[in-house]
Design a binder for this molecule. Structure first.
Ligand code: ADP
Ligand code: MG
Length: 246
């Protein structure tokens, strides 16, 4: 069976000569559809470099990356963008929402890029916001939302296109413990209830504990890759009260 994702001896070199740095050094990884993987490791160990490659934002300087059997390193920039739009959703540590733009419009954005109709965008974005417990918050801008709510908008934006894979790079890095667990509840639900493959970078063991498999990076190499026999179970997500009822 073809893996959803296959990294084969992938390296990523930055710089030349004396300033050369191997951010990734011959990484090999097989990821199957429906997995929930936590990528861990010290700062500078290559986690974000790996996520950028997995997310088709960057290409390896050596080795092969196959996504659904397709050699990503051989694709053009446009072809990689097409893979991103069709199959991938992204969540970042800093939320990366447009500031003076409502939650609704932020979530509609990937659908706008895809050329969906206005009516279709509106409906899908409302549904995605409801799925992250933010029904009633559509017209709020990021500055009117808490950090946890902003990250939930970002998750709604990531899932509105119904991606096969969600890539989350330290999604709870800017959040307190309770908000972090709420974000993990959402990621667990996407994986369990919607079959979305989740690849999450974290340095917090409590958050990694939700994943079914943990991959540890060290100095650009995979130090350890093991199943988590007892993933943490997440509390059910509560919908936020609508602003009118607060
Ligand atoms: P992590 O996400 O695990 O903290 P990164 O993947 O961001 O690590 O970085 C791995 C190594 O590559 C680090 O030494 C970092 O300084 C270096 N690096 C990352 N991005 C660049 C870049 N654009 N140019 C040069 N070096 C980089
Ligand atoms: Mg990083």
């Amino acid at each position: 069976m073809t893996s959803l994702i296959s990294l084969q001896g992938v390296s990523r070199r930055y710089g030349e000569g004396a300033s050369e740095l191997m951010a990734l050094n011959q990484i090999s990884l097989e990821i199957q559809e429906g997995e929930f993987i936590a990528i861990m490791g010290a700062s500078g160990s290559g986690k974000s470099t790996a996520m950028n490659i997995l997310g088709c934002l960057d290409t390896p300087t050596a080795g092969a990356y196959l996504f659904k059997g397709v050699h990503v390193e051989a694709l053009s920039r446009d072809q990689r963008a097409r893979i991103r739009r069709r199959y991938l959703g992204f969540v970042f540590q800093g939320f990366n929402l447009l500031a003076r733009t409502s939650a609704q419009e932020n979530v509609e954005l990937p659908l706008l890029y895809r050329g969906d109709s206005q009516a279709g965008r509106k409906k899908a974005a409302r549904e995605a916001l409801a799925a992250v417990g933010l029904a009633g918050w559509e017209h709020h801008t990021p500055s009117q939302l808490s950090g946890g709510q902003q990250q939930r908008v970002a998750i709604a934006r990531a899932i509105v296109t119904e991606p096969a894979v969600v890539l989350a790079d330290e999604p709870t890095g800017n959040l307190d413990t309770q908000r972090s667990h709420e974000i993990m509840s959402l990621l667990v639900g996407l994986n369990r209830d919607h079959g979305i493959t989740v690849l999450m970078v974290t340095h917090e063991p409590d958050m990694a504990a939700y994943a079914h498999r943990m991959v540890h990076f060290k100095d650009g190499k995979v130090l350890k890759d093991a199943a988590n026999p007892n993933p943490s179970s997440s509390p059910p997500l509560q919908s936020d009260l609508t602003p009118e009822t607060v």
